[in-house]
Design a protein around this ligand. Structure first.
Ligand code: ZN
Length: 657
């Protein structure tokens, strides 16, 4: 591991806190040091308070900030005198400790200080860096981890046995440091947890961290435990969407709410899932307890969700304290699934959550394999892991943030999603917490959004093979399909029947009608497995109840699609799939309505553009967003008992009324 320190870059960060920000970001860039909040830093600064008195403040990373992107506002200033007094107490509960941290800040608006703040306070150096370095966790997760750490570091580090994060750990570290620190001590190793480094300057503390971790990495390399095994096997190319959707259905059933399931068949994941000893090495426990809350105690091997849930309930019964107020069991669904066929799949309440679980487990796989090569992976006893899994502070974190969005854990696919009504539908569904797949023939669909809950696919919906591939990717990325918005379609130039070429008719029918039949047919097995029931919304047209001259192909295709939806409602009700249609009219903020077209149409009717736009009963302007919001609502609980409905979104049309 190399130091990323640069004198010129460091110069752009003036002051003690500035230097703290700079090297915190350097640590944050190295994912094998800090991953999703695993790690924190601090600096001690003497400042004048309002009364003109000198006061030493510990600026420590606040919760909710990650080191890579931290700014001054991400550090919470706490009066250090108070922290040092607290460190001498015999006992302090975690909620009490958090209360003390929050009430002794000098900035009311600062974030809650890290639960490791007292630990930072007791180390007598201006700068303190703390990471959960993979290399340290690897070495300390072996039977003779302690001996190995001594061998690597001598008295360059103070060694602290495993204690759960919180007040007890801080006190233990204070005692150990007072007893064992020598002149050449530059760090502190916390077994099965991580490592601290410290120094007089930000650079010194940071570079000591890099040095200490590099020694551990070199030790692994010297002991032939660095290079990871690779699999040369290729994944058999066959559709897996039904299997994945069935697995997600089971996971969601057991957890009690819809989950996103993301499958990963990259070489590293596949190699791990296919190891002969995976049934042993993956079943001990997480590499470090701070991973447990996201990844659950152990991964599931294979697909027997009920068996996993039963074992999880047993684990809870065995370890839960039999106190007056028993801790509530977390939902018993696994978050990591190892399968020879599809590799590693991770589950989460949102796409982002499933992605975080994968990030963490990707590191866990490396740690387990390296520790195995070093002589045998040995996780902490189940009791310690349980204590963290059901930790008051972690439970509070999980409960925080109120109720989840209405479509949390659900997946929607929208066709014709690059612009107009389709694009607006993507936005309305994302806003309600769904993971969304946008499908369009335009390449711009792939870069519509850059976020973990959006997948853009270039796809010609009239091509059966491309449709199948899109559904396959949907299931691999998110685990299945709950909602389908059939929006793609064309509105060809006006043509009377006596001049309507067969080829033109065919083209309109192919896109507006046949493509939807094919997609509905292929999506049906997935929709059937939707945890809350499948939902289909058809973007129809005013032309269904009120056709216009010159639009034979369009009106006919939409009328036929309308009839297809009605038959689907009859056939699919038994599968708990609802299908409803919207009939928009005169939605002018879409691609086909350029200013010239609008002006020409308005002139044709002898109106101004404004009059033409609001030429309806309510004299209102109908936008893509209006249609999209209603489409999303049709998928929601308000319409849970409605199927085969046809709802106009047209401001009221005299011909329809
Ligand atoms: Zn830590």
């Amino acid at each position: 591991m190399n130091s990323l320190w640069s004198d010129s870059k460091a110069g752009e960060f003036p002051g003690d806190l500035g230097q703290r920000i700079y090297t915190s970001r350097l640590l944050g860039r190295e994912k094998s040091l800090v991953l999703h909040g695993g790690g924190n830093t601090s600096v001690k600064i003497i400042e004048k308070n309002l009364l003109g008195e000198d006061e030493t403040r510990l600026y420590v990373k606040g919760s909710g900030w990650d080191l890579e992107h931290i700014e001054a506002a991400g550090f919470s200033p706490v009066r250090i005198d108070h922290l040092l007094k607290l460190a001498k107490l015999k006992q302090l509960s975690d909620p009490q400790m958090v209360n003390e941290l929050r009430t002794h800040m000098t900035q009311a608006s600062a974030p809650t200080p890290s639960v490791e703040a007292i630990l930072h306070a007791i180390l007598p150096y201006q700068y303190v860096d703390h990471t959960h370095a993979d290399a340290i966790i690897t070495i300390t997760n072996t039977a003779d981890g302690l001996t190995r750490i001594r061998e690597i570091y001598g008295d360059n580090v103070v060694i602290v046995p495993y204690v759960m994060p919180g007040f007890d750990l801080a006190r233990r570290c204070a005692e150990q440091f007072a007893a064992d620190a020598r002149k050449n001590t530059i760090g502190m190793v916390l077994l099965n947890h991580g490592i601290f480094s410290f120094g007089r300057t930000a650079q010194e503390s940071y570079e000591r961290m890099i040095d200490l971790v590099t020694w551990a990495e070199n030790y692994l390399a010297k002991n032939k435990a660095w290079v990871l095994p690779e699999s040369s096997e290729k994944l058999e190319a066959k559709p897996r969407r039904r299997e994945l959707a069935a697995l997600r259905h089971e996971l969601s059933r057991v957890s009690g709410f819809p989950l996103i399931l993301a499958a990963h068949d990259d070489p590293a994941s596949l190699a791990f899932a296919r190891r002969d000893d995976v049934g042993t090495i993956s079943q001990q426990g997480p590499a470090t307890p701070d991973h447990v809350i996201r990844t659950k105690k152990i991964p599931m091997i294979g697909r027997d969700v009920p068996a996993y849930a039963k074992a999880y309930e047993k684990y809870f019964d065995e370890h839960a304290p039999k106190s007056k107020e028993p801790k509530a069991m977390l939902d018993p669904a696994p978050r990591v699934i190892l399968d020879r066929e599809f590799g590693v799949a991770t589950a989460g309440r949102s796409a982002q959550d499933a992605a975080i679980v994968f990030d963490i487990y990707a590191h866990t796989m490396e740690i387990i394999q390296r520790a195995t090569a070093l002589g045998g992976y040995k996780a902490l006893p189940a009791k310690d892991i349980f204590d963290v899994e059901y930790w008051d502070l972690e439970q509070a974190k999980l409960k925080g943030g109120g109720s989840p969005p209405v479509f949390a854990g659900e997946i929607a696919l929208v066709t014709g999603a690059a612009s107009g009504i389709g694009k607006a539908c993507v936005e309305s569904l994302l806003a309600r917490g769904a993971a969304v797949v946008g499908v369009d023939i335009k390449p711009s669909i792939t870069s519509l959004y850059s976020r973990s809950d959006y997948l853009g696919l270039v796809c010609d919906v009239t091509d059966e093979k491309q449709l199948s591939e899109a559904l396959e990717k949907t299931a691999r990325t998110f685990g299945g399909l709950d909602m389908l918005i059939l929006n793609a379609g064309i509105f060809p130039p006006g043509r009377r029947i006596d001049a309507l070429a067969t080829a033109e008719w065919d083209k309109v029918m192919r896109l507006n009608l046949d493509a939807n039949l094919m997609l509905m047919r292929e999506a049906h097995p997935l929709l059937k497995l939707a945890p809350h029931g499948g939902r289909v919304v058809v973007i129809g047209s005013k032309n269904v109840p009120a056709p216009g001259p010159g639009a034979a192909a369009y009106s006919t295709s939409k009328a036929a699609l309308n009839q297809l939806a009605r038959v689907a409602a009859l056939e699919w009700g038994v599968d708990n799939i609802r299908i409803n249609s919207l009939h928009p009219n005169a939605v002018f903020d879409t691609g086909i309505w350029t200013e010239q077209v609008l002006a020409a149409r308005a002139k044709h009717y002898g109106m101004t553009v404004e009059q033409y736009k609001k030429n309806n009963v309510l004299k209102t302007n109908v936008t893509s967003r209006d249609v999209a919001e209603l489409a999303a609502e049709l998928c929601g609980p308000l319409f849970a008992k409605t199927t085969a409905a046809q709802v106009p979104v047209d401001g009221g049309n005299e011909r329809v009324i």
